[in-house]
Design a protein around this ligand. Structure first.
Ligand code: F6R
Length: 244
């Protein structure tokens, strides 16, 4: 078991430490299958990876957690676009080995199955990077009555629509897609190693509930208590409600 909670000063320190774990993983396994997140949390980490000159991602594969329904890959609001802008186009990973669920697929259920098969074919995720939603979600797995399994179509909660609308859609909630494709909670928990990052006071309740509270699908991130190798890297503001 290697479950740790590391509290750092701020977003910058969180990103630096996450970067160190990333580098270490790449050194130990140049063929790492990465599980990647979007959102504001990993941007600092991705920037450091892009600025680093001697990292070789040419033998790596990556799978992102989620994608909005209905958006084409070149839509500037899509997670595919986000990943290309923030990481893939700036490191030497082969983009044909970088996967996200296809939000504009004609048959979404088929797309979800296909995505899971691809992840299984490469032997699963070696190293998963996660952020956490203010409601405790990981990927787009919203609080619910049971833990989701594989990749599936999700109805986003009002809270998530509001959070994402404020951050990325100029507060125009009409424009925020209301559904998404997301890897499942139990699938995420199968990654061989997980780092989960959180920064800011608005994450404090979700972080405390996930770490100190019971394991419950009402707080999807609480599933991480059952995993073998998880490192929480959280800044002081996000840790402010934590009981250690
Ligand atoms: C995005 C994802 C989400 C985000 C979470 C936090 O791929 O999986 O779970 O990590 O919504 O978002 P930010 O980082 O924008 O606060």
């Amino acid at each position: 078991m290697n479950n740790q909670v590391i509290i750092v000063k701020d977003y910058e320190e969180m990103s630096c430490l996450a970067y160190e774990y990333f580098k270490e993983q790449l050194k130990n396994n140049p063929k790492t299958v990465w599980g990647l997140a979007t959102g504001s949390t990993p941007v600092g980490l991705y920037k450091k990876l892009c600025d680093s000159e001697n990292l070789d991602f040419s033998n790596c594969t990556s799978f992102n957690l989620d994608e909005y329904e209905g958006l084409k890959q070149d839509d500037i609001q899509s997670y595919c676009y986000f990943m290309n802008e923030n990481l893939f186009s700036k490191i030497n990973i082969h983009t044909d080995k970088c996967f996200l669920p296809l939000g504009c697929a004609e048959d979404l259920d088929k797309e979800c199955l296909k995505y899971d098969n691809m992840i299984n074919l490469v032997g699963g995720i070696d190293f998963q990077v996660l952020g956490i939603g203010t409601n405790g979600h990981i990927g787009f797995n919203e609080p619910s009555e049971s833990f989701s399994e594989g990749t599936h179509v999700v109805d986003l909660t009002d809270q998530t629509i509001k959070d994402n609308g404020a951050k990325y859609f100029n507060n125009n909630m009409e424009l925020v897609p209301k559904r998404a494709l997301s890897m499942g909670t139990l699938q995420i928990a199968k990654a061989k190693k997980i780092i989960i990052l959180a920064s800011g006071k608005n994450k404090a309740l979700a972080v405390a509930s996930a770490i100190n509270g019971p394991v419950t699908p009402n707080v999807p991130a609480s599933i991480l208590q059952t995993c073998k190798d998880v490192i929480w890297i959280i800044d002081e503001a996000a840790a402010s409600m934590l009981k250690i």
